[in-house]
Ligand binder design. Structure first.
Ligand SMILES: *Cc1c(COP(=O)(O)O)cnc(C)c1O
Length: 413
C-alpha cells in the first residue's frame, strides 16, 4: 500500500479503511486497491487551475478563495479583552457596501432565505409569485425552503404574469395571515415573451415586509469599486443597494457569486428585521466560522477601498481583453507550435448575468487533452470544444501562467 501512487498524501487510517473495503468485497488485487485510493484522492478538495472560462464555476467553488491561515479573534473584542460578536465588524462593512442599516452573515444564501422566513413568518404566510417559486442549483427549491422554515407558502399570480394587485388580493383575502412578501430573482432561469413582474417599489407599498432574494450578490449596480463604468455584462443584474433603495426591507444573497468572496449568505436591510433574524434559535446552526468571516471581511474591505485587484473574481472579470490576449501570446510562444491563440467568450457563471459573455482569449490545442491536463500536479480544468482542448485565461490568475505553460508542455510530450 505504501507504494501506491498518491497514497502518501492520505492518512494511514484511510488507507486501512480502503484496504478493508477491498478485502470485504473479495477483490484486494493491487489494481483494485490503487483505483480505490485514486477515487478517494479524487474526491478530496484539491487546488486546481480553472481554465474553463466560467469565472464563478459552481463545481470549482464559485469565486476563488483568498487563502490565509492564522489564529483569529472570532468572538473576542481586542479593545476590552472581553467576548465580542462575530457579526459586528462584518455586519458594519456589508451595511456600508450595500447601503443597509444592518447585515448578518450565515452559511449560504439558502440559509439566509430560510432564516428570514423562519424569523419573520414562522406559523404565518409568505406570499411568493408563481413565476418565482423556482428551483436554483439542484436543491434550493423556494417552496421547500419556505415549508422547512415553518412558514406557509401562498401562491400569487400566474407563472408568466404577476402584478402588484395579485399580491394585494392575497394579503387582503378573508382569513389571510401574510407576514412576508418574498421576491426571488430567478437567476439562471428565464421566462420570455408575455410576462410581467411588479417593481420592488410597488411591493413595498403593500404594507407587508418585503424580502428580495437577489441571489448573485452584486452589492451595488454602480460598481464603485471599479475604475470605469459598470461592465456591459452586468446589465439587468439586480443589486443589493438599489433593491433596498427601491423599498425592499431585506435583501438576501450569496457572497461567493458576484461579491467575489468565500461561500456565505447575507441578510441585509432594516436593523429591526435583521435583529429578529439574529435572535432566532436557528442562527446558531447557520452561523459561519472564522475562516469564512475573515475572508469575507477582506473581500468587502477591498471593494470598499476600491482595490478590485485584491478580489480574484473582480480582478479576472475586469481585466482588459488585450491583457488576457497578451498573456495567451506569451504562453503560446513558450509552448510547442501546435498551440494556438484564440479569441473566446468567458461567462460570469453561477447563474449570474445569464446569457451574457465577457470577451476573452486563451489557447487551443488540436487534440483532446482535457483528461491529461486534469492529471497534472496542479490539475488544470480545461474545456473540450469540437474535439479541441480550450484553455480560457480569463478565469486563470496571471500568477498561474507559468504552470499553464508547464502543464501544456508536459501533456504534449
Ligand atoms: C444562488 C442562489 C441561491 C442559492 O444560494 P447558495 O448560496 O448556493 O445557498 C438562492 N437564490 C438565488 C436567487 C440564487 O441565485
Amino acid at each position: 500500500m505504501r507504494d501506491l501512487p498518491r497514497a502518501d498524501r492520505l492518512p494511514h487510517a484511510v488507507l486501512v479503511d480502503l484496504a478493508r473495503g477491498a478485502i470485504a468485497s473479495g477483490d484486494w488485487s493491487s489494481t483494485t486497491l490503487e483505483s480505490a485510493v485514486a477515487r478517494f484522492a479524487d474526491s478530496l478538495v484539491t487546488e486546481v487551475i480553472n481554465a474553463t472560462g466560467v469565472l464563478l464555476h459552481t463545481n470549482l467553488g464559485r469565486a476563488p478563495l483568498p487563502t490565509a491561515v492564522r489564529s483569529r479573534t472570532i468572538e473576542f473584542d481586542l479593545g476590552s479583552g472581553r467576548r465580542g460578536s462575530r457579526q459586528t465588524g462584518i455586519g458594519r462593512l456589508l451595511g456600508l457596501l450595500c447601503g443597509a442599516e444592518s447585515a448578518l452573515v450565515v452559511n449560504n444564501n439558502a440559509a439566509a432565505v430560510m432564516l428570514v422566513a423562519a424569523a419573520l413568518a414562522d406559523g404565518r404566510e409568505v406570499a411568493v409569485s408563481r413565476g418565482e417559486a423556482v428551483e436554483i442549483g439542484g436543491s434550493f427549491r423556494v417552496p421547500e425552503v419556505i415549508e422547512r422554515s415553518g412558514a406557509r407558502l401562498v401562491d400569487v399570480g400566474t407563472t408568466n404574469r404577476t402584478r402588484a394587485d395579485d399580491y394585494r388580493r392575497a394579503i387582503t383575502r378573508p382569513g389571510a395571515d401574510v407576514a412576508l412578501i418574498l421576491s426571488v430573482h430567478p437567476s439562471n432561469y428565464r421566462i420570455e415573451g408575455f410576462t410581467e413582474r411588479p417593481e420592488v417599489r410597488e411591493l413595498a407599498a403593500l404594507g407587508v415586509p418585503v424580502a428580495v432574494d437577489i441571489g448573485s450578490g452584486l452589492a451595488d449596480a454602480d460598481t464603485p469599486w471599479l475604475a470605469g463604468a459598470p461592465p456591459a455584462w452586468l446589465t439587468d443584474e439586480p443589486a443589493a443597494r438599489q433593491t433596498l433603495e427601491a423599498g425592499a426591507d431585506l435583501v438576501t444573497f450569496s457572497t461567493d457569486k458576484l461579491l467575489g468572496g468565500p461561500q456565505a449568505g447575507v441578510i441585509a436591510g432594516r436593523a429591526e428585521l435583521v435583529a429578529r433574524c439574529a435572535q432566532h434559535p436557528l442562527m446558531r446552526a447557520l452561523r459561519p466560522g472564522s475562516l469564512v468571516i475573515e475572508s469575507l471581511q477582506s473581500t468587502v474591505m477591498a471593494l470598499l477601498d476600491r482595490r478590485p485587484e485584491e478580489v480574484a473574481f473582480w480582478s479576472m472579470a475586469s481585466a482588459p481583453v488585450a491583457e488576457v490576449r497578451a498573456r495567451a501570446e506569451r504562453i503560446a510562444e513558450a509552448c510547442p507550435e501546435s498551440v494556438s491563440v484564440v479569441d473566446l467568450e468567458s461567462l460570469p457563471g453561477a447563474g449570474s448575468a445569464p446569457g451574457r459573455g465577457i470577451p476573452s482569449a486563451g489557447l487551443a490545442l488540436d487534440v483532446d487533452l482535457v483528461t491529461a491536463l486534469r492529471r497534472c500536479a496542479v490539475p488544470v480544468i480545461a474545456r473540450l470544444d469540437e474535439g479541441r482542448t480550450v484553455i480560457d485565461l480569463r478565469s486563470v490568475s496571471p500568477v498561474d501562467d507559468e504552470m499553464i505553460t508547464a502543464a501544456i508542455t508536459s501533456v504534449l510530450r
